[in-house]
Design a protein around this ligand. Sequence first.
Ligand code: F0G
Length: 408
Amino acid sequence: MNFLECINCKSEHPMDEMLYNCKKCGDLLEVKLDLEDLKRKLEKVDWKRRSISVWKYREFLPISDESNIITLQEGGTPLYKCERLAERLGIKNLYVKNEGANPTGSFKDRGMTVGVSKALEFNVKTVICASTGNTSASLAAYAARAGLNCVVLIPHGKIALGKLSQAMMYGAKVVAVKGNFDIALKIVVNASKTFGLYLLNSINPFRIEGQKTAAFEICEQLGWKAPDRIIIPVGNAGNITAYWKGFKELEAIEIIKELPRMTGVQASGASPIVNAFANGNEGIEPVSDPETIATAIRIGNPVNWKRALKAIRESGGVAVTVTDDEIIYAQKLLARTEGIFVEPASAASIAGLKKLIESGEIGSEETVVCIATGHGLKDPEAAIKACEKIVEIEPSLEELKRVLKTWI
Ligand code: F0G
């Protein structure tokens, strides 16, 4: 039997109750799979007959009724081998997992397909989240497809235009909170309890389940083998938690033998997890006024800090900060060496990789996978600001010739 387990006191809770926190100690809950049962089910699976997607791995996902599944065909995103970028950075085997190729342009869709399907199992009418942008875009889309009402709280003036336009177009009720993400999340947690709305931030254990499938895909795409290292941008820290859970499950059922080192990257103006890692602290000290150009990870008090630190430490990984300038440089470098356009938060993984190669932490022989969490078009304003000015000319060939002379 699968069940929910408290990440702190290990108390067990039933899966069919709408819970986010342990009834004994209040800490977060996570899904514990019955591994023997899972192994038995997997013996019958012919992986080659299923196309790569989140639901390819449905035996790992805690949905009791498949007729409730709400899907936009998420997952199955490309794992690009990046030779030109690798050469520039000085390593041999570099891959980028392009999560921007998901239906709403970010990795959040993996969690939402499971979370919103679960909302139907719980028979709720309205779903809610706080978001720096991508979670709200994704939840709004899946809620629309499920026929549910959706409420999203966003930090006023600090969400990228593409994400805002998505949430609005998918029909969510968008509420701008005059405060940052951490404050909005606090309100949403209270609102979900007070008004009985289903909460779909990453304290929801089922979202983590969906997101872990990216780890499965990477292993499958590498020939059922984990890379040496995963480099991932960290905000509220749900995604790094999900990847680690995915890799550990594959190891536990002996599909992979080695685990990757989990490497977390935060923006230097919003880095409570990196600070705790660097100081060897058990817990984090929240950053009260987080700031970075990478608005997706502009978070000072990540709810999943405990499992993120555990993932990094247990796996022998590290955590680093990158500056906004380093993020912008990496965003352009990835776009211009590989044709992959990601939003600033996603470029943090490339910036982190560069830094760790330069410091000698990452060796040239390592197989590294950087997670590109969201599409570049999410934040067109940041992109235009980062690039050179466009050239304007009068409409004549002569004028064009004058301009081209300096280029070719
Ligand atoms: N990258 C992007 C593009 C994101 O949108 C987020 C989180 C992260 C990385 C960090 O992931 O929170 O699991 O550590 N965005 C959330 C949101 C907070 O509301 O869209 P995390």
